[in-house]
Design a protein around this ligand. Structure first.
Ligand SMILES: Nc1ncnc2c1ncn2[C@@H]1O[C@H](COP(=O)(O)OP(=O)(O)OP(=O)(O)O)[C@@H](O)[C@H]1O
Ligand SMILES: [Mg+2]
Length: 384
């Protein structure tokens, strides 16, 4: 979009990047024409592309617009602090593949496989990744690049790798069925249209929604990442969107994996005014629908009614699963299984715990309550 906007000579264009160091080179490579630094004293503007970091003269955006029109020129404003109504917003500045290739050539590593390891990275990050991989492994083999990249990604704010180990999880029957049916289509898809895209888990607190995401990832044998959108909400205009698109590009790279968007309703309840939430939602909807990577998205919520329905319509995710509180029998079974994880499953102890659970059970009892109750019983009775 940025290149088209420049070629169309739109007078004022705003764009964003994290890589200020290479921004001018990236822009020039993208539009394939030279770029001049903008100076407000330059009275001889003519049919050129100018660039400025931040808005040069906020009080006279209209004047600037007119002078650009007169000179048949374009001013590209990088990382403007405030919205500029006169400007066309071209979003995040993409990184042209040719420029990535050029930088990789300098390191003697410009084959297609290596280039594929670089998607979603800025030029600065490409150079850093290559150097760090060279220093760690003495080469830049794709698998080494990916290893260093995922180590670096552990530092990506907003994306947290979650441990998928747990002592005990009694899967929800509907989830188990879905998992069994879909695993092969995720791990070894014969046709991309059959790759499962994701689930929305709706249910009250403590019924194992977050656990379910771990279960799904563990069953598939792939890593689980949690998307923390609050960490990517930026202070500057466009920063939040830029952060989210970077996170989504990073997650695409990590395929195959499971992406957990926990308590998804909270994102859309955030109090803010400038339309950031709706733009983030738009971006997320677009990615959920269009991503080609094998990333399975598991969203959880306590309150499905608070969610925009387009978030969970077919095509974006495959299924909405209602996760219910345990029945009395399920609660007793869970209590016994919990006892087993402590090695305390003798008949007398199981019977005693079963009776306590029967007494304590109510219609709001959750799985988490049962696990907590068993732990309390063990302590009170000093079984361990
Ligand atoms: N199906 C289950 N089998 C075994 N233990 C479970 C199950 N579901 C929940 N638990 C227990 O309950 C605890 C809380 O589960 P989890 O965090 O997944 O609930 P949640 O539904 O995500 O709750 P919230 O809505 O509050 O985030 C787990 O740590 C686990 O001990
Ligand atoms: Mg949870």
């Amino acid at each position: 979009m940025l290149e088209t906007a420049v070629h169309a000579r739109l007078p004022l264009i705003t764009t964003r990047t994290d890589d200020l160091l290479n921004a001018v080179d990236v822009l020039a490579a993208l539009i394939e024409e030279p770029v001049q630094p903008f100076s407000s004293y330059n009275s001889k503007l003519k049919d050129r592309v100018y660039v400025s970091f931040g808005f040069p003269d906020k009080d006279d955006a209209g004047g600037l617009y007119r002078s650009m029109v007169m000179a048949d020129s374009t001013l590209v404003i990088i990382n403007s602090d405030d919205p500029v109504p006169e400007a066309f917003d071209a979003g995040v500045m993409p990184i042209p593949k040719a420029l990535v290739k050029k930088h990789l050539q300098q390191c003697g590593a410009d084959n297609e496989e290596v280039i594929r390891c670089m998607t979603g990275l800025t030029i600065k990050q490409v150079v850093e990744l290559v150097r760090l991989t060279q220093a760690s492994f003495g080469d830049v083999l794709p698998r080494h690049l990916m290893k260093v990249r995922s180590r670096l990604m552990a530092q990506t704010p907003g994306l947290i790798q979650v441990d998928t180990e747990y002592d005990l999880y009694l899967p929800d029957p509907a989830l188990e069925k879905w998992g069994t049916r879909n695993a092969v289509y995720f791990l070894d898809p014969k046709d991309p249209r059959l790759v499962p895209r994701g689930l929305l888990l709706n249910g009250p607190p403590g019924v194992g929604k977050t656990m379910a995401a771990k279960y799904v990832a563990r069953n598939l044998g792939v890593p689980l990442y949690r998307l923390d959108l609050s960490a990517s909400l930026g202070r500057y205009v466009g920063e939040s969107e830029a952060n989210l698109s970077r996170l989504l590009a990073v997650i695409d790279q990590e395929e195959p994996c499971v992406l957990l968007i926990d308590e998804v309703e909270k994102i859309f309840q955030a109090k803010e005014d400038s339309g950031v939430t709706s733009r983030l939602l738009g971006q997320l909807l677009w990615w959920l629908q269009e991503h080609k990577s094998r990333v399975l998205t598991v969203m959880t919520t306590n309150d499905r009614d608070a969610l925009p329905p387009e978030l969970y319509r077919s095509g974006r995710i495959d299924k909405v699963l209602e996760v219910a509180r345990p029945t009395k029998d399920e609660a007793i079974a869970l209590a016994i299984e919990t006892l087993k994880t402590f090695g305390l499953d003798g008949a007398a102890k199981c019977k005693s715990v079963g009776e306590i659970v029967k007494m304590e059970y109510g219609e709001t009892t959750s799985h988490a309550d049962i696990v907590a109750l068993v732990r309390e019983i063990i302590k009170t009775k000093k079984w361990l």
